[in-house]
Design a binder for this molecule. Structure first.
Ligand code: GLY
Length: 373
């Protein structure tokens, strides 16, 4: 029987290291209720196992995906970064073993960035690796984390301390799933779209400036447009550098100080909120290094403010604690990170073929001082 899925856009990500050499991103509106039939048609021999969380279940997304089909599942509860630890991965592997699953398993990750990261990591290690399909339901996951194969969980000290690259077999993005996302998470996830525009596409930045009211109103056409833009930008970078040897680092723009602020806040700040502060930090650094005129920062701050993002570090966070985390950044060499900077809006800075740059401890220190509210 033919499977009819209302797909508006399809995009292939070419990654030679993956078993199929490529995977497809499907983007559409209200496609969630047809995805299961598509998965059964595409992977008839694989046994399915769902990883999702309690928020996704409460929002009705699991029911829309499955209808009444009984499928073994692990539901992460409580949802959120607090559950993104190795204990959750152990629980998922235990549940899969109890369901007698083997290497002929397809893990279906339904949810936001945390669900996708945990499920992808479980897929990478279960019996030395099984397939995973990502079905992102939040702005951050649809813009960023569902594509590109970064998977992992946090240690007690660092974000994503346990992790591997494990590309998905496919990604299904239903922008209608965003209708139920709470406003704070919705807005914070849009910061990854701002990041993509800043590093790679000035016209996309213009689009975000002019269409932000429609995006915030969750207009379907605007959401499809940004989903497609985000995936095109991300896919192009990931295809060139799947394991982040060099250019993929630009996808970490704003994340060095952003991750530190997020962790030091005990995850009271959402990822996107912390990255917004990290983006402003990167611009302060660029100004210190005579790479950016103040007007550029003003434009970026205006766009982030239209998302109600914080632009300053909350007073309670200690500078020493932030520096301690910054030293553990994955781009760090000899305990000091390198920073992704902008040459212009829409273009990450590249010098001598390198996309991450040395910045002196003094400039970082002065930047942090300037960033306090
Ligand atoms: N989120 C950054 C990356 O996927 O490389």
């Amino acid at each position: 029987m033919p499977v009819i899925v209302t797909i508006m856009h399809e995009l292939d990500v070419e990654i030679p290291e993956t078993p199929a050499g490529r995977y497809r991103i499907h983007i559409g509106r209200s496609i969630l209720d047809t995805v299961w039939a598509a998965l059964e048609a595409e992977y008839p021999k694989l046994k399915k196992f769902i990883v999702t969380d309690a928020d996704v279940v409460a929002a009705g997304h699991l029911r829309r995906l499955l209808g009444d089909v009984p499928v073994p599942a692990h539901i992460i509860d409580p949802p959120g970064e607090g559950s993104k630890h190795i204990g959750t991965v152990i629980a998922i592997v235990d549940a899969m073993e109890k369901a007698f699953l083997g290497r002929d398993t397809l893990i279906v990750a339904l949810g936001g960035g945390t669900v996708g990261d945990i499920a992808g990591f479980a897929a990478a290690i279960f019996k030395r690796g099984v397939n995973v399909v990502q079905i992102p339901t939040t702005t951050v996951a649809q813009a960023d984390s569902s594509v590109g194969g970064k998977t992992g969980v946090d240690s007690a000290i660092s974000k994503n301390a346990y992790g591997v690259f494990w590309q998905p077999a496919a990604v299904y993005i239903d922008v209608a799933a965003l209708a139920t996302l709470d406003d704070r998470q919705y807005r914070a996830g849009l910061v990854e779209s701002v990041k993509h525009a800043l590093i790679a596409d000035a016209k996309y930045f213009d689009y975000l400036e002019t269409h932000m009211p429609a995006i915030l109103a969750r207009d379907g056409a605007a959401l499809e447009h940004i989903a497609l833009k985000n995936c095109r930008i991300k896919a192009a970078v990931v295809e060139e550098d799947p394991t982040e040897k060099n250019r993929r680092r630009i996808l970490n723009f704003g994340h060095t100080i952003g991750h530190a602020v997020e962790s030091a806040s005990g995850f009271q700040l959402l990822h996107g909120e912390a990255v917004a502060i990290g983006i402003v930090a990167a611009e302060y650094i660029a100004q210190k290094m005579d790479m950016a005129a103040p007007q550029r920062l003003a434009r970026i701050e205006n766009l982030l403010s239209s998302l109600s993002m914080p632009l300053k570090i909350p007073r309670g966070l200690q500078k020493a604690a932030l520096i301690d985390i910054i030293k553990r950044d994955k781009k760090a060499v000899n305990q000091w990170p390198r920073f992704v900077l902008l040459e212009a809006i829409g273009r990450a800075y590249c010098r001598d073929g390198q996309w991450a740059h040395d910045v002196s401890p003094q400039i970082v220190d002065e930047t942090l001082d300037r960033l306090y509210a």
